[in-house]
Design a protein around this ligand. Structure first.
Ligand code: SF4
Length: 91
């Protein structure tokens, strides 16, 4: 299911995605296997649209997979840091 969603995206930056020729399973590895996201992250590190991809994942709240070089738990921590920073600025 996630693989289909991943490859059906019509975001313009997808044309330049370094992951386009890889299996979706690489980017949606099992979350309970340590290091399973390593291959995906190394591909993301070479991707010319890493920033756009990460922004998309953060804006749309993608719950699974590696996007923009971050796995789901890294994105959650990143979102929390941004939220905490915004709260500190507001207070
Ligand atoms: S950053 Fe990673 S997941 Fe995103 S488009 Fe590039 S290779 Fe694919």
């Amino acid at each position: 299911m996630f693989g289909e969603l991943y490859f059906d995206l019509e975001e313009p930056w997808r044309d330049q995605a370094a992951c386009a020729s890889y299996s979706a399973e690489v980017f949606f590895p099992p979350s309970d296997v340590p290091g399973a996201a390593r291959t995906a992250k190394s591909i993301c590190a070479t991707c010319p649209v890493q920033e756009e991809c990460l922004s998309f994942a953060l804006e749309t709240g993608q719950p699974d997979g590696v996007w923009g070089g971050m796995d789901a738990s890294e994105r959650r921590r990143y979102r929390r840091r941004i939220r905490d920073r915004a709260r500190r600025k507001a207070s």
